[in-house]
Design a protein around this ligand. Structure first.
Ligand SMILES: Cc1ncc(C[n+]2csc(CCOP(=O)(O)OP(=O)(O)O)c2C)c(N)n1
Ligand SMILES: [Mg+2]
Length: 235
C-alpha cells in the first residue's frame, strides 16, 4: 500500500487519484486508487471533474465521501439540493452506493466490492459514507453556535467505536476488562512520548524556517532574515 501526502486544498486529491488510476491502466498494473473527500468537498468543481474523467477513462479508482453533515459550520443541506451526495455518480455514469458510515463492516464490504470491481476492469465507484461529526471541526470552532445539542446526542449512540465494541463484546471476542487495559496502555504510551518531546526544551521561533529544505531557498532566506530582525525588535 502506498499513501500520498495530505492535500490541503479541498477535493484536489480526487484529481490526483484519477491521474494515478489512469496511469495504472496505461502501465497495465492492477493497482486501485482510493480517495476520500468530505461532504463539503463535493461542492467543489474538482469533485465533478474527477468523477467525469474517471468514468470516461474507466479509471480503477474508488471515491469515498465522508458525509459527516458539516463543512466547518456549513450544513449538508447548504451544500446541495440533491437528496443524497451519492446520486452525483449517476451523472458521471458510474456506480454509486450509500452506506451507513458508522457500520465498520458495511463500509468494509462496500469498499471491497468497489475495489474488486475496479481491479477487474469495471471502472470507478462512488461511495457515500453517511456519518456525523460529533466534535468540533478544529479547536477554533464552536459547534454550539450552529447546531442543536439534541442532534449531537442522537448521534452519540451511533458512534461506530461504541457499536463495534458492543458487537465484539457480544460475540465474546473482546471484553470491558481488555478494553480498560488497552486504554491504560495507550495512555501510558502517549504520556511517555509527550514527556520525551517536552524534555527536548523550548522550540526556537526561527525553527519554522528550518527542516523544509536542505539549503534554504532565497525567498525563504529573505523571510527568515526579516523574521529574525522582527524578533529582535519585539524583544
Ligand atoms: C479549496 C479550499 N477551500 C477552503 C478550504 C478551508 N477549509 C478547510 S476544511 C473546510 C471544510 C471541509 O468540509 P468537508 O469537505 O465536509 O470535510 P470535513 O472537514 O467535514 O471532513 C474548509 C472550507 C480549503 N482547505 N481548501
Ligand atoms: Mg464534512
Amino acid at each position: 500500500m502506498r499513501v500520498l501526502p495530505i492535500a490541503v486544498p479541498i477535493a484536489s486529491q480526487l484529481q490526483h487519484a484519477v491521474g494515478i488510476a489512469m496511469a495504472s491502466n496505461i502501465k497495465g498494473e492492477d493497482d486501485v486508487t482510493v480517495a476520500y473527500v468530505g461532504d463539503g468537498g463535493t461542492s467543489i468543481g474538482d469533485f465533478s471533474e474527477a468523477l467525469n474523467f474517471a468514468g470516461v477513462f474507466d479509471a480503477p479508482v474508488v471515491f469515498i465521501i465522508q458525509n459527516n453533515q458539516y463543512a466547518i459550520s456549513v450544513s449538508r443541506q447548504k451544500q446541495t439540493k440533491a437528496e443524497t451526495l451519492v446520486q452525483k455518480a449517476v451523472a458521471a455514469g458510474i456506480p454509486g452506493v450509500l452506506v451507513d458510515g458508522n457500520d465498520l463492516m458495511a463500509m468494509y464490504a462496500a469498499t471491497k466490492e468497489a475495489v474488486d470491481r475496479a481491479r477487474s476492469g469495471g471502472g470507478p465507484t462512488l461511495i457515500e459514507a453517511y456519518t456525523y461529526r460529533l466534535g468540533a471541526h478544529t479547536t477554533s470552532d464552536d459547534p454550539t453556535k450552529y447546531r442543536d445539542d439534541q442532534e449531537v446526542e442522537e448521534w452519540q449512540e451511533k458512534d461506530p467505536i461504541k457499536r463495534m465494541k458492543a458487537y465484539l463484546v457480544k460475540r465474546g471476542i473482546w471484553s470491558e476488562e481488555q478494553d480498560a487495559n488497552l486504554i491504560e496502555q495507550y495512555d501510558e504510551e502517549a504520556l511517555a512520548v509527550f514527556r520525551k518531546v517536552e524534555a527536548t526544551g523550548e522550540t526556537e521561533p526561527e525553527d519554522i524556517f528550518a527542516y523544509h529544505f536542505r539549503e534554504m531557498p532565497p525567498h525563504l532566506s529573505e523571510q527568515y532574515n526579516e523574521y529574525v530582525q522582527y524578533l529582535k525588535e519585539v524583544e
